[in-house]
Design a protein around this ligand. Structure first.
Ligand SMILES: Nc1ncnc2c1ncn2[C@@H]1O[C@H](COP(=O)(O)OP(=O)(O)OP(=O)(O)O)[C@@H](O)[C@H]1O
Ligand SMILES: [Mg+2]
Length: 323
């Protein structure tokens, strides 16, 4: 039976519009309970970043986000001195009789500090959610530095001294696996893998995020997505694309899928010319035909039936092209 605290987390997340299952809710609960960072990996657009956002709203606390990129260094993540303010201060003090040491002590004190996300998180007045987004994009050195921060929860600024965390933040780290994160980092975290959603989960997400969509159209959209994710594409569409597409079809006042509608809106789902082209020339007809057969046959719209269709179509293409 589900732990009541896990159920409560699941309910809190769902109240924020985040559809979740017991395993995701359990990971979040344990990360919070054990005070460990939650490392979330998975393909693009499956709701990794969103976890941190909804956690912050559910806990009614602030979200502090550190977006990682190649070349991100410790200084940018921690703090910088506000040079302009320092210069202005020195200019104003040009003719004062304060000693150089006094002026120096002033311009290297806290009011002249520009707090960057890690320092902000450590000095926040209550435990925030600290989102370290797409850590795989940062360099290995930055990861090692981060490990230190995550274990000590203190930061030393040579001119000021050591600042200890007032409240330990809830940490969510996400990665798209463009490179493997170190074992040392993994050891410190609890791990959560989020895959593409099942048909049922995606349908619930669509209904939550795009209210007003006809049930039939919502099912067709999610069924379509389940099938195309099994085809051989450059970039498999995530939930983000499903939601955009649903919103686009709603804006176009459509209540069901047809070939022309899909062709007109392909750019919402497929972001590579090759994928859009392949869909148009090869897949659209067969996928629509399968969906229609499913509807007319009164067959069940469930995950396994749709996966089976996708795999069958995918295999058909492989055998004809010899891939
Ligand atoms: N379980 C869910 N419930 C509700 N909405 C969801 C869920 N999962 C994803 N979404 C929605 O899907 C979209 C994409 O989610 P998000 O940006 O978190 O993906 P991501 O995994 O961080 O993607 P990327 O790797 O591209 O950064 C968001 O609009 C989010 O609201
Ligand atoms: Mg993200």
């Amino acid at each position: 039976m589900a732990n009541p605290e896990v159920q409560r987390i699941q309910q809190m997340l769902e109240e924020q519009g985040y559809i979740t299952d017991r395993s995701i809710a359990t990971s979040i609960y344990l990360a919070m309970r054990l005070g460990k960072p939650l490392l979330v990996e998975g393909p693009a657009g499956v709701g990794k970043t969103e976890i941190a956002k909804v956690m912050a709203s559910a806990l009614k606390t602030d979200l502090i986000r550190l977006q990682c990129y190649e070349g991100l260094d410790a200084t940018t993540a921690l703090y910088e001195w506000n040079y302009q303010r320092q210069l202005l201060y020195l200019k104003m003090e040009e003719h004062s009789d304060r000693s150089v040491e006094e002026k120096e002590a002033t311009i290297f004190s806290e009011p002249f500090l520009l707090k960057r996300p890690l320092l902000q998180a450590i000095t926040h007045h209550r435990a925030p959610v600290l989102l370290i987004d797409e850590l795989d994009r940062a360099d290995q050195e930055f990861e090692s530095f981060l490990l230190e921060v995550l274990s000590d929860w203190q930061i030393t600024i040579p001119e000021i001294g050591t600042i200890k965390a007032t409240h330990i933040p809830y940490v969510v780290i996400t990665s798209n696996r463009t490179r493997e994160l170190s074992d040392a980092l993994r050891r410190r975290c609890l791990y959560l893998w989020i895959d593409y959603p099942s048909f049922e989960k995606e349908l619930a997400i669509v209904h939550t995020k795009v209210p007003g969509l006809e049930e039939r159209l919502a099912r067709q959209i999610c069924g379509f997505m389940q099938i195309v994710r099994r085809l051989h594409l450059e970039k498999v569409p995530g939930i983000a694309e499903t939601l955009d597409w649903a919103a686009a079809l709603l804006a176009l006042h459509r209540d069901h899928l047809d070939q022309a509608t899909i062709e007109e809106t392909l750019g919402v789902i497929f972001k590579h010319q090759e994928d859009a082209q392949q869909m148009k020339s090869k897949w659209l007809g067969p996928v629509l035909q399968e969906l229609r057969a499913l509807e007319e046959g009164g067959g069940e719209w469930n995950q396994s039936a749709l996966v089976e269709i996708g795999q069958r179509l995918g295999a058909r293409r492989s055998s004809t092209t010899g891939i």
